[in-house]
Ligand binder design. Structure first.
Ligand code: GDD
Ligand code: MN
Length: 366
């Protein structure tokens, strides 16, 4: 029997899309009639059982594949893993929530087929003939701001750099894959900025549909991740993103410390020692939770036991860090290597690197 070789893979990240995936598969089947295609779903162990539903679908239909990731979250990294898992020469990425019309896949494919120089075809909500459906003004404004920042970094003329719907030639993707950051939401932006030889792209208009079932995962943390991904691109090779994040949170921790000290020592009339101890503990706790939610979002500790263990190990690491801080600063100052402020800064730097290195190994390590 002659089997037509695989032409197209559609990579679909999912998180809590139990109500959408069966309908999406139905629509893919219609839209891609006559093509040899497969769908690679990448699910981050959705609590609503999306992966189980996908596996049921996969048993009935060999074109459906499922990658389930446990203990991990992230749209970009899910897309990358799905894209790496296929042998198809063309790879598309789209959302699972029916906001992306599968009929557009054929138009993306046609664009690539028409011009061998093209690496990438992007479904754009802001191209002539596209649209954002019934978005409220606020979402439009946010999207516009993000767009503008992205275009600044990209220095490329494209109308929708944050689109989550595109098709790329597999060879070109594999070339870029080792350089992708995998942070956050913006896989397309990641691809575009990773390319040393700029990607040649075309845009196809997309009418973005409203989400009928389930809810968007684009929250404030995701917006922050977007900024982080940009930081990573521009400065990441000088100061690693995670460390920068850790350091900024540490600096906010100093503010928290001072505020607590003011409250306990200044207002409540604690002695200096208990006040300082309270402030230190408070600041460490604040830093622990913020780092857990942001810096280590992808390996976040959940549940009382894990949080308690993490908090204890974080406090232990930071206590040693504080000793190192004082030790280094005192040494530099007393041996007259540096002025007081410079000595203090050096102590802080040493402690920051120490805290970062050890907490990433022991508190959030695997
Ligand atoms: N595996 C995995 N892990 N999938 C995820 C995760 C995650 O952490 N977060 C979201 N997804 C999946 C969703 O299930 C959905 O299929 C798709 O990624 C898009 O997520 P939504 O939460 O529906 O995003 P949106 O509709 O608000 O955002 C869309 O528009 C943005 C631009 O405004 C997406 O197309 C984005 O990619 C796009 O940048
Ligand atoms: Mn959506």
């Amino acid at each position: 029997m002659l089997v037509k070789s695989l032409e197209l893979a559609v990579v679909i990240p999912t998180f809590n899309e139990a109500g959408n995936v069966a309908e999406l598969v139905r629509r893919l089947d219609v839209a891609l009639a006559g093509r040899a295609w497969e769908a690679v779903f990448v699910d981050d162990a959705s609590p609503d059982g999306t992966a189980r539903i996908l596996r049921d679908l996969a048993r009935q239909d060999r074109r459906i594949r499922v990658i389930e990731r446990i203990g991990r979250r992230g749209l970009s990294s899910a897309c990358i893993e799905g894209m790496l898992a296929t042998g198809a020469p063309l790879i598309a990425v789209m959302d699972a929530d029916l906001q992306h019309d599968p009929a557009v896949l054929i138009r993306l494919e046609a664009a690539l087929a028409a011009d061998p120089d093209l690496d990438l075809a992007i479904a754009s909500r802001f191209a002539e003939g596209g649209g954002t459906g019934d978005w409220e003004r606020e979402r439009l404004a946010k999207s516009e701001t993000a767009n503008r920042i992205a275009q600044l970094v990209l220095k490329a003329e494209l109308s929708d750099p944050l689109s989550g719907f595109f098709m790329i030639r597999a060879g070109r993707f594999r070339e870029l894959a080792p350089r992708l950051s995998g942070i956050g939401f913006k896989i397309l932006l990641d691809l575009l900025t990773a390319a040393r030889r700029p990607l040649v792209f075309a845009e196809v208009p997309l009418q973005f549909h409203r989400r009928e079932v389930g809810e968007s995962k684009l929250d404030h943390v995701v917006a922050l991740e977007f900024l982080l991904a940009l930081y990573d691109r521009v400065f990441g090779r000088y100061v690693p993103t995670r460390f920068a994040m850790f350091a900024v949170i540490g600096a906010i921790g100093v503010v928290v410390h001072m505020a607590l000290l003011g409250l306990t020592y200044g207002l409540a009339g604690f002695g200096f020692l208990p006040a300082q101890a309270t402030a230190t503990l408070g600041a460490m706790t604040f830093n622990f939770f913020l780092n857990n939610a942001l810096t280590y979002r992808d390996r976040r500790l959940h549940g009382t036991r894990a949080l308690l263990r993490g908090w204890l190990s974080f406090c232990a690491v930071c206590s040693v860090g504080a000793l190192a801080n004082v030790g280094v600063a005192a040494f530099l100052f007393e041996e007259r290597y540096a002025y007081a402020t410079v000595s203090a800064l050096a102590g802080i730097m040493v402690a920051a690197v120490w805290n970062y290195a050890l907490s990433s190994r022991f508190t959030w390590g695997r």
